[in-house]
Design a protein around this ligand. Structure first.
Ligand SMILES: Cc1cc2nc3c(=O)[nH]c(=O)nc-3n(C[C@H](O)[C@H](O)[C@H](O)COP(=O)(O)OP(=O)(O)OC[C@H]3O[C@@H](n4cnc5c(N)ncnc54)[C@H](O)[C@@H]3O)c2cc1C
Ligand code: SF4
Length: 578
């Protein structure tokens, strides 16, 4: 093994773990024994799981996070290189179907500590107040069991913890400002500004994005090389791997890497007693726990519940509503590419740095409800090559010529709200993965409202690209950001979990990740997922032992425990426009 410039390559086991050029975990990690009954087992240490682990450990609970992938040692495991970053993704077998099948594999969900927050672009807009009452306003989709105001303090808190850089005034949804200054514009941002400005469309410049615009503590500022979705070896981009997990470990939380949960055990009392999992060698283990939280992503969470079917829960654990796996959502994520005479050099910036939410809300002049956002995306050459294959059918010498022209292209992404439909669904296939666990089958089909919305969003994004001066404009259809499939709601007949993420059917089983979202708006979901996780943690902390002892449901909103945030992450930034 080579010696890195800074820090040493050691495993987490002996108490020295490198997370960036300047960031280390230099404490031994607490390890629970097989026979120990911990307070909480969290399945999945990703966006939501990382925040939960941190909060619950800091509050003094005994917590183990079972993580299917590795505990990244960023200096050893990561490279600033497109083709070298595929191991960040969940590449296990998934079967896709429906009339508009989703693509899985690389560039989908994450695997490894930090989950999808490791490879996300880190766009962090909030959901709008309207997102929480879509059914009431538009007669389609669903209402949330909470309002924007319930989540607002957690948005503000997580924006400090990541932290989020952005403009001092963000005009859409509930207008607000960001605590850290915006980033400078890259070539693609300039294209978005030029196109929107000439059409009279307002643009948010330099964020909101969870990337450091200045150094903070042991994290360096962004160096604008554009490898954000390859993991950001620099440590400037927020991921729970670097923002929350180190504090969890410092407070006695355990992250058990390469631990693939395959069944949740239900005990005689109708309460869960722990989680069965396989280690990296395929050996089966059981972690006893007083309560279980599943944070495995919108596909793996319903998959685990369905694979945990048992007497009394024949359709899957906590699935008396037959809602587990249903109402899966993706956002329309078409990429519109434009060629410019002058070089754009779209790699020279984080992909995420400017957007407009001017078309986010339902507009009565449209023939569809809800809306879309337009954002910068800056594909690196391999992704760009794939887009040229897909959008232009370029191949052979033609593809080579397009790729040599890379520096002259800009790409903008639309983010369109696809509504929750019961037939968009995760079920179990008869096929099995490397552990012998049944794999998920995902059926996805667009409905009338979705088709109309995507068409309008595509046309508007192409109009913006033309208005920016592109001489050629093409587009690739794709999807982004899977959520839903185990939604929250007040009615146990139509939802899986209550407003705190507790399953309606099993009192000590919680879900907390993107799967519980009833609708998704056209904002990237990561901030909302982490804000929900911090709120669920506050609820569990406020409930104390009662979660472990009885089935009574206290629906009182918990007090926000800002004091349990990772140290040095709040009370900073600039005063915000509220
Ligand atoms: C290329 C790309 C760019 C993105 N950019 C953005 C962006 O700019 N902004 C944004 O908001 N969102 C973005 N996203 C989406 C974002 O990453 C996800 O919405 C978010 O990470 C989901 O959080 P989660 O907690 O639901 O799941 P995850 O973060 O995926 O965490 C789930 C974890 O559970 C583990 N796991 C799953 N099943 C098991 C099991 N059975 N046993 C043990 N462990 C298990 C997984 O390995 C994983 O670590 C992007 C996604 C992609 C693919
Ligand atoms: S552009 Fe900034 S955030 Fe992205 S990988 Fe480079 S340093 Fe990290």
């Amino acid at each position: 093994m080579k010696t890195p410039l800074l820090g040493s390559f050691e495993s987490s086991g002996n108490g020295h773990h490198t997370l960036g050029p300047l960031q280390h975990i230099d404490l031994p990690m607490r390890r629970y024994r097989d026979t120990d009954e911990v307070d909480y087992v969290i399945v999945g240490c990703g966006s939501a799981g990382g925040v939960l682990l941190q909060r619950l450990s800091r509050a003094g609970f005994r917590v183990v996070a079972l993580e299917a992938g590795p505990f990244w040692n960023t200096e050893r495991d990561w490279v600033s290189d497109e083709s070298g970053s595929h191991k960040l993704y969940w590449e296990d077998l998934r079967i896709t179907g429906g009339t508009d099948p989703l693509a899985f594999g690389a560039n989908n969900s994450g695997k490894g500590v930090g989950g999808g927050s490791v490879h996300w672009a880190a766009f962090t807009p909030r959901f709008h107040p309207s997102d929480f009452e879509v059914y009431t306003r538009d007669g389609l989709g669903a209402d949330w069991p909470i309002t924007y105001e319930t989540l607002r303090p957690y948005y503000e808190q997580l924006e400090l913890e990541m932290p989020v850089a952005g403009p001092a005034y963000f005009p859409w949804g509930h207008p607000h400002g960001y605590p850290y200054g915006p980033h400078p514009m890259g070539g693609v941002g300039n294209v978005l500004i030029k196109g929107c400005s000439s059409l009279g469309i307002p643009v948010s410049i330099g964020g909101p994005v969870a990337i450091l615009s200045g150094s903070r503590a042991n994290r360096p500022h962004c160096i604008y090389r554009g490898y954000c979705i390859q993991g950001c070896k620099v440590g400037a981009k927020a991921s729970t791997l670097i923002t929350h997990v180190p504090d969890a470990i410092a407070n006695g939380g355990e992250v058990r890497e390469y631990s693939m949960a395959y069944r949740i055990q239900l005990g005689k009392e109708g309460r869960v007693t722990g989680v069965h999992y396989f280690d990296r060698d395929g050996a089966a283990w059981f972690q006893r726990a007083k309560a279980v939280i599943v944070s495995g992503y919108a596909i793996e969470t319903p998959r685990l519940l369905l694979n945990s079917a048992c007497p009394g829960h024949e359709k899957g654990l906590a699935n008396s509503s037959d809602t587990v796996g249903r109402y899966l959502m993706a956002q329309a994520g078409n990429v519109v590419l434009g060629r410019f005479d002058q070089p754009v050099r779209m790699y020279k910036a984080p992909p995420a740095h400017a957007l407009t939410e001017e078309f986010y809300e339902t507009d009565p002049r449209n023939d569809f409800v809800r809306g879309f956002a337009i954002q910068t995306v800056g594909p690196l050459p391999i992704a760009f090559g794939k887009q040229m294959v897909s959008a232009k059918r370029a191949w052979g010498w033609g593809l080579r010529r397009e790729m040599m022209d890379y520096n002259h292209w800009a790409s903008l992404g639309l983010l369109g709200e696809i509504l929750p439909w019961p037939d968009n669904r995760v079920t179990l296939s008869e096929e099995r993965d490397q552990f012998g666990i049944r794999v998920p089958h995902i059926s996805f089909s667009l409905h009338d409202n979705d088709h109309k919305l995507i068409k309008a969003a595509k046309n508007k994004t192409m109009e913006v690209m033309h208005a920016a001066g592109a001489t050629e404009v093409i587009q690739e259809a794709r999807y982004a950001h899977l959520v839903g499939a185990a939604r929250m709601g007040n009615d146990p007949r139509t939802s899986v979990v209550d407003k705190f993420g507790r399953t309606h059917d099993v009192a000590n089983l919680f879900l907390c990740d993107g799967s519980i979202l009833p609708t998704q708006g056209s904002a990237n979901p990561g901030l909302t997922i982490q804000a929900l996780a911090a709120r669920t943690a506050d609820y569990l902390i406020a409930q104390g032992d009662t979660i472990f002892k009885n089935d009574k449901r206290d629906m009182t909103e918990p007090a926000m425990r800002q004091d349990l945030a990772p140290p040095d992450t709040w009370g900073h930034g600039v005063p915000r426009v509220k």
